[in-house]
Design a protein around this ligand. Structure first.
Ligand code: MD3
Ligand code: FE
Length: 202
């Protein structure tokens, strides 16, 4: 079923529940080229979440966060976004009421039990007019969804394997985060939660 949790934010429960194996195969294809890595924040903290990406990539260093077409080490482009991700992003965005969506960046987060993502805003993309489509796979999570101010009280939204959320319009710049993941084992994904976000970054 579909749930509107705020203006522009739509949870599509179970939208990709039946596509776990294909989606995980696509994740593994990217991981083979861009192995999971724990980024250091501009403030010097190592993230508990491991990241990988395709399309336009992501970087974090003392100068801040940035998207880039290429790996600055090798000079090569990051791998392309798998077709199954492009198709699901467009289908979900349109069903949620947004225009046809052609993302140019896909960030993947892997949470192990205990991993969390502190409240933050996604504001490094150049295009806030486009939505972000997010896909949850594996272990369940509690998503925190607040307002435009860090101090605004946050709602807690459970996210399960196969859920897709589309974040656009007024919700696009809201503070959000993921509470520490509980121990567990998912039959397809193992002891992890994987989140895939599709974005128009550059
Ligand atoms: C709401 N990831 O990668 S996805 C992130 O589950 C991120 O890994 C979380 O926050 C995760 O930046 C949440 C859902 C999400 C993504 C972007 C948003 C929610 C959002 C941008 C604005 C508002
Ligand atoms: Fe985010």
């Amino acid at each position: 079923w579909r749930e509107q949790i705020a203006p522009g934010a739509v949870v599509m429960h179970g939208f990709v529940r039946d596509h776990g194996p294909e989606l995980l195969a696509a994740v593994k294809g990217v991981i083979a080229q861009v192995p999971w890595r724990h980024m250091t924040t501009p403030g010097g903290h190592v993230m508990s979440v491991a990241m990988s990406w395709c399309g336009n990539g992501w970087s974090s260093d003392s100068r801040g966060y940035r998207y880039s077409e290429r790996d600055s080490r090798s000079g090569k482009r990051w791998p392309p976004i798998p077709a199954i991700f492009m198709a699901l992003a467009d289908e979900a965005a349109q069903q949620a009421g947004f225009a046809p969506f052609v993302p140019d960046s896909c960030l993947m987060n892997r949470y192990d039990p205990g991993s969390k993502l502190s409240l933050h805003q996604d504001k490094d993309e150049h295009d806030f007019g486009s939505p972000i489509v997010s896909v949850s796979l594996g272990l369940p999570a509690v998503f925190q969804f607040g307002g435009m101010q860090r101090s605004d009280r946050a709602q807690r939204i459970p996210l399960a394997h196969g859920d897709v959320v589309v974040w656009g319009g007024p919700s696009r710049l809201c503070f959000h985060g993921i509470m520490p993941i509980k121990e567990g084992y998912h039959s397809l994904v193992g002891p992890h939660r994987i989140n895939i976000t599709l974005r128009k970054a550059l």
